[in-house]
Design a protein around this ligand. Structure first.
Ligand code: GLA
Length: 740
C-alpha cells in the first residue's frame, strides 16, 4: 500500500519507503500541506508539521499556512495556485475538502501527455476533491506515487459546478510550500544554439521565476527547476526537482515570504491564459512531476531519467536501440539532388551508419527558407523518382530512410497559404510579425489538425519511411484564433498546444514503427510533453563539441541519454567556427543518440576509417550510451569551465564508459585524477583507453578495483608531454569492463 488516508485525522500519506508526501484537512476545511521529502513512518500523525493558524500576533493576517492548492484574497498573500473570475460574485474561493478516492495505478490525463504505468502495482493515485460551496467550483487534485521512484506526479482538474460561466485566470498544476528558504534556485536557460545551461542563484525574498510566453517551452528556459541546498553536489545534499509535462507557455515560480517559507508553483503561464468554463465544464491541467533527492543532484537526475525513459516515452521505439543516423542538413542545406543524397548515403553506409535522414528542402519549391512550408509534396526537380524512389534506393544501400517535416508552419509563398490565408495565426487588421519567412498554422482549430494529419499520413505512406524529424522553427506572435470568440482568445495558446499533442498522438498511433525525433530550431521545445510522443529530440542546432559539453550536461539534469540526439559535424563548425579534433567530436556525441551531420564524401580516407571505427565502437556500447546510468563527474559550469567529465554505467555495473574533456590546454599541468562513481566497489575492472593508441598516457590495459577507481580515481593527465602534444579540445575515453 503506497497511499493511506487516516479517517480519524483526515491525514493523507503517500509513502514508498524513499519519499513521503503528507497532507491533511485543516480545521477550516481547507487542504493543508505537511511534508514532502524523505520517507516518514506511515501510520503516525504529522499534524504538528503544519499549523492550522499562526499563533503569534493577533493583528496579522497572511501568515504562512501551507495549503495544497492555495487561493488568494483571504489571508494568504503569496502567489496563488488558482484564480477565478466568476460572473456573479467575488474572486475569493474557499476550497474545502469534499472527499477523496484512492485508485490503483495511474489514470491518463485527457488530451495531455503524462507519465503512466504498465501495471497497476507500479503506482497508486489519490484524487482529492475540493469544493467552494458558494460558487459550486470544484477542484480535483491528483497525486500519484510510484512504487520505485522518489517521485510524486501531480495535476489538477477544475470543474464549474455553478450555474454561471467562470473564467479561469490562473490554474497551476502544482503548488508546494517548503518550511524554509535556504535553497538555491537552479534553472536551465540560454537561447538558440546554447540551450539549457545550468544557472544557479540563491533564493531571495519575493518572487523569482522562469517562464515562457512564446507558444513553446522555448530555448530560453526549460519547464524544470531545482531547489537545492547551497552545499548540494552531484553526490550529496538535498534537492527537489519540479518538472512540467507541457510544451507551451509555462511558469515555474518560487516565492519566499517574510517568514522564510518557500512556495513553488508550476503550471501553464497565467500571463497568457484565460479559460472560460461553462456550467458543468471541466478543465484538465498538465502534469507536474516532483522529485526529491537526499543524495545530491545525481540521484535526482537518476529518478527523472528512469521515469521519463520508461514511463513517459511511449511506443515501439521506447526500448529499442536507436539507429546511428546521418543527416544531410549541414552537408547540403537546400542544395541537393538525388545523386548528391545517394552519394552521402552510400559513403555513410560504408562507415556503418544505419539511417539516412533527408532534412529540409525536399518539398514544394523550397530552395531556401522563404517558401513552400505547408506544401508537403515532393519536389520532382530535386527528386525525380519521388520520396519513394529515393527511399528505396537508400534501402537498397542497406540503410533506413528518414524524413524532416515542419507541420505547424506555412510559408507565405506556398499553395497552402494561397488557398487558406486565414489558417495562419494573426490578429485581424494588424500586421503579422515575420520570423524565418514563415507563419504558424492555427493548430487550435481541429479542421487544420485534420488537414495536416491526412496530408502527413499520405506522405508517410508514400515511401518506406522509418524515422521522422518534426521541426518547429519559430515562436508564435500575434496570438489569435479566428475560431475563438473575442472573450475566449485567452484559451488560444493552450488550445494550440493541445492541437499539437493531438496531431502527434494521431501520427504516432497511425505509424507505430516510425521513430519520431522532435526538434524546434534545435532544442526550442525539448520538454517532457513532447518526449511523451517523440522518444528522442534534437538537443541543439549547435553541433560544436565544446558547446555541446554544456548543453548536454545541462540537459542531463532532467532528460535521459536516450532522449538526446548528438551529432558529429564538420569543422570549422558551422555555428561557432571552431576546429575540434574528430575524436573529441565523437567522444562528446557518443553520450546520447549518435548521428553524423557532415558530408562524408569529402572526408579523407583516414577520416573515413576513423568514423567507421567510431560507429563500430558506439554500436558495441550502444546500450550503455543510450540507456546506461549517466553519471556527471566534472561540471563544465564550475572551476573555470575548462573541463568536463561524465560516464555511462550499465545497470548491473559490469561495464562503463568514461569521457573526459579539456577545452584549452595549459602548460605544466599537474597529474589529474577523476574519481569515478556508480561502480561496484567489490568488482575488478579492466580499464581500456579508447582508441587504444600507443601514446595514450594510461598505456596498456590495466585491471583495477571499483573501490580504487572510485576513491583514488583514474588518471587523465599524467605528464606534460602528453598534453602538450595533443593541443586544445582534448578528450579521453575509457572503457571499463568487470573481469571474472
Ligand atoms: C532547424 C533544425 C535544423 C534543420 C533546419 C532546417 O533549424 O533545428 O536541424 O532541420 O531547421 O531548416
Amino acid at each position: 500500500m503506497l497511499i493511506s488516508w487516516d479517517e480519524s485525522t483526515n491525514q493523507l500519506h503517500l509513502c514508498n519507503g524513499r519519499i513521503s508526501y503528507i497532507a491533511r484537512v485543516l480545521e477550516d476545511g481547507s487542504f493543508g500541506h505537511l511534508h514532502f521529502g524523505p520517507a516518514l513512518t506511515p501510520g503516525r500523525s504529522y499534524r504538528h508539521l503544519g499549523p492550522d493558524r499562526f499563533e503569534g500576533f493577533s493583528n496579522r493576517v497572511g501568515e504562512p499556512i501551507a495549503r495544497e492548492y492555495p487561493t488568494g484574497g483571504s489571508g494568504d498573500f503569496r502567489v496563488p495556485a488558482v484564480v477565478l473570475e466568476p460572473a456573479d460574485s467575488s474572486p475569493v474561493l474557499h476550497l474545502a475538502y469534499a472527499g477523496h478516492r484512492i485508485l490503483p495505478g495511474k489514470p491518463a490525463l485527457p488530451g495531455l501527455p503524462a507519465t503512466y504505468v504498465e501495471a497497476d502495482e507500479e503506482a497508486e493515485t489519490v484524487e482529492v476533491l475540493l469544493r467552494d460551496e458558494p460558487s459550486g467550483i470544484e477542484v480535483t487534485l491528483l497525486y500519484t506515487i510510484f512504487a520505485d521512484a522518489p517521485v510524486v506526479a501531480r495535476s489538477a482538474r477544475i470543474r464549474n459546478g455553478g450555474a454561471q460561466p467562470v473564467r479561469v485566470r490562473c490554474a497551476m498544476s502544482a503548488s508546494l510550500d517548503l518550511p524554509d528558504a535556504s535553497w538555491d534556485f537552479v534553472q536551465l536557460s540560454g537561447t538558440w544554439a546554447r540551450e539549457r545551461h545550468v544557472v544557479t542563484r540563491p533564493l531571495v525574498p519575493g518572487r523569482q521565476s522562469v517562464a515562457s510566453l512564446r507558444g513553446a517551452s522555448g530555448h530560453e528556459h526549460n519547464p524544470f527547476i531545482v531547489l537545492a541546498r547551497p552545499a548540494t553536489t552531484e553526490e550529496a545534499g538535498e534537492a527537489y526537482g519540479f518538472s512540467l509535462v507541457y510544451s507551451g507557455n509555462f511558469l515555474a515560480e518560487v516565492e519566499v515570504d517574510p517568514f522564510d517559507s518557500t512556495r513553488v508553483r508550476l503550471g501553464i503561464n497565467p500571463e497568457s491564459f484565460c479559460w472560460t468554463l461553462d456550467p458543468g465544464a471541466e478543465l484538465a491541467l498538465p502534469e507536474a512531476v516532483l522529485a526529491y533527492s537526499g543524495a545530491g543532484l545525481g540521484a535526482l537526475s537518476d529518478a527523472y531519467h528512469l521515469l521519463y525513459r520508461q514511463r513517459l516515452a511511449r511506443g515501439a521505439w521506447r526500448d529499442r536501440e536507436r539507429p546511428v543516423l546521418i543527416n544531410n542538413w549541414e552537408a547540403t542545406y537546400f542544395d541537393f539532388n538525388e545523386d548528391r543524397l545517394l552519394a552521402i548515403a552510400g559513403a555513410a553506409q560504408e562507415m556503418g551508419i544505419e539511417l539516412f535522414v533527408l532534412d529540409d528542402g525536399w518539398f514544394g519549391k523550397r530552395d531556401d527558407d522563404t517558401s513552400s512550408l505547408g506544401d508537403w509534396f515532393v519536389d520532382r526537380r530535386k527528386l525525380p523518382d519521388g520520396l519513394d524512389g529515393l527511399a528505396r534506393k537508400v534501402e537498397a544501400l542497406g540503410m533506413r530512410f528518414g524524413l524532416w517535416i515542419e507541420p505547424e508552419m506555412v510559408s507565405r509563398r506556398s499553395r497552402l497559404f494561397e488557398e487558406h490565408p486565414d489558417w495562419a495565426i494573426g490578429v485581424p487588421g494588424r500586421p503579422r510579425t515575420e520570423s524565418r519567412d514563415q507563419l504558424v498554422l492555427d493548430l487550435s482549430r481541429p479542421e487544420i489538425v485534420d488537414h495536416l494529419f491526412s496530408l502527413l499520413r499520405d506522405v508517410l505512406r508514400s515511401a518506406p519511411i522509418s524515422y521522422v524529424k518534426w521541426d518547429m522553427n519559430r515562436n508564435i506572435t500575434e496570438p489569435y484564433s479566428a475560431a475563438l470568440s473575442a472573450d475566449r482568445q485567452g484559451e488560444f495558446f493552450h488550445r494550440y498546444i493541445l492541437g499539437v499533442y493531438d496531431l502527434y498522438d494521431r501520427l504516432v498511433t497511425e505509424f507505430p514503427e516510425i521513430l519520431f525525433e522532435s526538434c524546434a530550431g534545435g532544442g526550442g521545445r525539448f520538454d517532457p510533453g513532447i518526449l511523451a510522443y517523440a522518444p528522442q529530440g534534437w538537443t541543439s542546432d549547435d553541433t560544436d563539441a565544446v558547446e555541446r559539453l554544456r548543453i548536454q550536461w545541462g540537459t542531463s539534469l532532467v532528460y535521459p541519454l536516450s532522449s538526446m540526439a548528438a551529432h558529429v559535424a564538420a569543422v570549422p563548425n558551422h555555428q561557432v567556427g571552431r576546429v575540434v579534433p574528430l575524436q573529441t567530436r565523437a567522444a562528446v556525441a557518443f553520450f546520447g543518440v549518435l548521428g553524423y551531420e557532415l558530408d562524408p564524401t569529402v572526408l579523407s580516407p583516414d577520416e573515413r576509417r576513423a568514423v567507421a571505427g567510431q560507429v563500430d565502437f558506439y554500436k558495441s556500447h550502444r546500450e550503455l550510451f543510450q540507456r546506461g546510468r549517466f553519471v556527471r563527474l566534472r561540471s563544465p559550469f564550475e572551476g573555470g569551465g575548462n573541463e568536463a567529465a561524465w560516464m555511462a554505467v550499465a545497470d548491473d555495473r559490469r561495464r562503463a564508459v568514461v569521457g573526459w574533456y579539456q577545452i584549452l590546454n595549459h602548460p605544466e599541468p599537474g597529474p589529474d585524477r577523476i574519481r569515478l562513481r556508480g561502480l561496484d566497489p567489490a568488482a575488478r575492472y579492466r580499464v581500456m583507453p579508447w582508441p587504444s593508441v600507443g601514446d595514450m598516457m594510461a598505456g596498456d590495459t590495466i585491471v583495477r578495483g571499483g573501490d580504487d577507481l572510485m576513491h583514488a580515481g583514474i588518471l587523465v593527465i599524467a605528464n606534460r608531454r602528453d598534453t602538450v602534444e595533443r593541443g586544445d579540445f582534448l578528450s579521453r575515453l575509457f572503457v571499463l569492463e568487470a573481469v571474472e
